[in-house]
Structure formats: structure tokens, C-alpha cells
Ligand binder design. Sequence first.
Ligand SMILES: [Zn+2]
Length: 605
Amino acid sequence: MTVQVHDGFPFHDRQDFADADRGFVGAMEPCVVTTESGRVIWDNDAYSFLDGDCPDTANPSLWRQSQLCAKQGLYQVTDGIYQVRGLDISNMTLVEGDTGVIVIDPLISKETAAAALALYRQYRGEREVTAVIYTHAHADHFGGVHGVYREGIPIVAGRGFVESAVSENVYAGTAMSRRAEYMYGAQLAKGPAGQIGSGLGQTTSLGSIGLIPPTLEITQTGQEERLDGVLIRFQMTPGTECPVEMNFLFPERRALCMAENATHNLHNLLTLRGALVRDARVWSRYLNEAIDLFADDADVAFASHHWPTWGRDRIVTYLSLQRDLYAYLHDQTLRLLNQGHTGPEIAEMMSMPPELDQAWNTHGYYGSVSHNVKAIYQRYLGWFDGNPAHLWQHPPVESAIRYVDCLGGAEAVVAKAQEYVDGGDLRFAAELLNHAVFADESDTAARSLLAEVYDTLGFGAENGTWRNFYLQGADELRHGVRPAALDSAGAADMISALTVDQLFDSVAIRIEGPKAWDAHLVIDWVFTDLGHTYRTSLSHGVLIQDVDPRHGSADLTVTLTKADLLGLFTGRGLGDLSTEGDTGVVATLLGVLDPPRGSFAIVTP
Ligand SMILES: [Zn+2]
């Protein structure tokens, strides 16, 4: 099996390397971050193999991107603005003020954030952190806040930040975390034939995640704030890379922060770990607005991933390319779907304008043209392509058993798959072998050939997350599912940031329907800290909530605080809470809950 590489890319263009090295102050040596107990949660030194030439187990374009992303250390962006890069998947930016330093986006983990701040202080002195800004509500931009926070400092974010930050991770969080293991390959061995990066950055750190809610809200474009003497002018960009995201200019420093709206790759309209679909049209519009608002006042544009771009003209070129990238994908997908083409068809038909293809920053290292086109189709038309043959298909195992039967049994399927491998059609070989594994997961011949096919597809992928998906799939075919390494204890902040509404929703989505079909119970929860009573009613397997109900009565009334409610559903039970009525209904409710499973199978049934 061999890797197929799209050639003709401008490898002679070394501008990105110059920009990624510009302003280098000093590196962290060694670049390994551990928890207090000594568990390694970040090891950038493990990527030193990227210094070598690209081996035939990697796509040269992704190899190049990983060389850039693996650069590590403290960098000066402009006078008084620094970035720590390569200490997590995201960047931490430090803006020096009158008395201390403002931190933009404190990475994922407390431990990597603290290490980044220490590296900065090593070169810039013991400046106190005077404010924190979250550019948007994704965990790699706020999770490490405890590593830099000082009591009483302002925390700045867009309106709706907390709701956005927690809601993305509440309802489908378990499945997303599991799929994120595939997407970032954080547990894969790093090496030329293993994990080499994720396109947007190298991988995710595996330390303690927290969340401290903002104290200063940004609500509109044009809003200005002065933090530690530094003037900041904001642009709200809701519905782009994140529902709550903002770009902002430091007019006195002539520096523009583009959050995660313009990075050196094609970003995701639908992240492969799973999420709500993003809006390419709006994304493009806000990039256009950013050029209009800020380009004349900026000498450098930086973001919370990758390296900055210097010079007014280069900033405009860069932002225009990014703008056109999302607009082109959006408009062409809509044009083609209105001619009757479906997502997988449009993904194959879509070719990008040559000028976009020749710019490195439009390449699909994180998002891809292929899966973004399908995401746009999904946003407008959903999962169904209109063909009735696809309306009521068998689920994977049932379908696989029938395919294997039609093809003359498992051995014949593997032999046929080998023919497709030999002919270079790995995509179809994967489909055949996946049927064989889903028809009989103990078929070792099918498993091992499928693992080889996944390896080769991964080695050929220009997209970092595709590579990680393939290699993680191969690893699990060979070794089974390994337990997750993430530290869930650090998620306590996230859980306590949930509203009571979201907490009851989280309970509702754990109810095992059939087990609860016949249960009927009503509980009134009187919250002394919120001044509201929530009524939850269980019937027909669903838990309905009402706030301050005006009619009817409950089987049980519990007087409590929100913290008590958290305790109740995380194993403490009613304890010594004040109650009136039948306390047995709580046991009934807890008895029908079905915990989520975080280590479910993906490449096997
Ligand atoms: Zn990010």
C-alpha cells in the first residue's frame, strides 16, 4: 500500500516559517508539563522527529504544517504583546498593561497555562495578571484559567459565554469526548508513523479543565474597554467558529486579535468530534467586516492558534483569502445542491479556485473541503438526501451481515477487499472490510487488513484530524478500546456553571425510557438560593420541568440549594435535606437513570 500525495503545492514559499519564527524570545526546556502527581499532560519534545524530512508515512503538506505548529516558546508579536505557542493546542497571548499583563485565552489545562505564564515571566519579569479575556467559548480558550487567575481581576467575554461554553458539552458531551479521542489522537503514540499533529495545533493537553465565569460582558461591535490602561475595540462575531466569539483591536498597539476566525488552515464547519453545524455564510461576512473595521489600523494580526501575519497588505490578503474560502464553499455547495447533487457528490465535485489552493492558509489541515461541503448540505437539508432507498436502511450490523452473505462469506469479502487494495482503491476496501468486521468482529483477517488500510489512508491524509481518526481506528482494531486519560475531576467548574434548567435536562436525557414507562411522580424543588421552585414530573419516560408552577401538587417537596441538587444527582442522595412527602420517589427517579458510557466502540460493533 502506498500514500497518494497531491503535488504541486508551493513548498518553496517559506513565509510561514519566517512568520512562525519571528519575534522568538525563548523556549521552554524541556517542554514537558506534568500534574502535581507527575502525570505527563503535555510533551512537545516528543515531536522533535518533525525536524527530519517527511517520511513516506505522512503527507508532506501535513508534515510541513506540523513542523510549524510544533514550534514552541515565547514570541514577541509587537511592542508589549507576546504569545506563548506550542504549550497546548491553542496559544496564550499576553498583553502588557500599565501595572501588569492581560492574558488572552489561558489554554486547556491549568497546568499548561501556569507553565506558559511562567515562561513569559522568565523573560518579562514577575508581572501580575491584571485581566483575562476569553475570545470564545471553546475549552482550549478558557479551560486553563485557574493557572493564571488572581482573585478579583476582571474576566472579559462575549454575552452568552457561559451558556455557550457549558451547553456544547452538556447534552452530547460524553459522545463528543469519545470522538475527540479520535480527532486529536492525544493517546496515540507520537512518531513518523503515529500522531504528528492535528493541523490546528499539535494535540490537546490532558490536565485539569476549569471555568471561571466572565465578570465583564462584551455585547456589541464597536464597544471599547480599557483594561490595565490598554484600549480594546471589539467586533462581535456570533455564529462563526463558535456561537459566542469576538475579534478585537488594540488601536494603540496597532494589533488585531482574530480569535479563531482566521487561522492558517481551512477550519471546521462541522468538527469531526461532532457538534452543531456552523454557518459558513456568516463566518465569511464577519471576516469581511473585520477587514473593513480594522485593517487600516493594524500592523499585525494574530489569533489563538498558529502564528501572526505582519503588514497591512498581507493582513488584507490573508483575511480576504479566508473570507473567500468560506464563501466559496458555501455558495458553490448551495448552487450544486439546488441542481440536485447530494453531499457526497458535491464533496467530490468541488474544486477550489487555484489562487486559494496555492495559499497555504486555505488548506484543509483541520477542516476539509470534503467534510465541510457535507456540513453545509447538512445545515440546509439534513441527513436525508431525498432518495427513498436511503430512508429506511438497515443499521450497520444488520446491513453488514447481508452484504457479507451476498458477497459469498467473510473470506470472499477479505479477498475482494485485497483486490481493491492492490488496485489502489482504499476507500472501497475500507467499506468492504468494515462490513466484514461489523458482520463478525472476531474476524481477525478482516480486522488486520482493515487496520492496514486505515493506516495507509491516515498516512496519505493532508488533514490532521482525518489522519488521527484513521490511526486511532487502526489502533482500536488491533488493541481494542483503551480507557480515557482525561481528568474529569477538573470538570467540576463546568458542572457547577450549569443552570438548574440544564441540570434537570441532563437528568432527563439519562432516563432509560422503557424502564420508566410506568413511573409517575412529581417533585417540587424549592431553591432557597434562586428564589424559584422547579417542578419535575416524570411520566411516559420523560421528565418535564416547570418553573414556579401555579397548579397541582407534588408527591414530594424538597427545599435545597443548587449545590445540593448537584450533590443529590452525583451520589449523595437526599442526605439531610428538608423534605415533605414521599421521599421514595427520589429513589424511583434515581433508579431509572442510565449512565452514559464514555468508552464505546466505534470501529467495531
Ligand atoms: Zn481553539
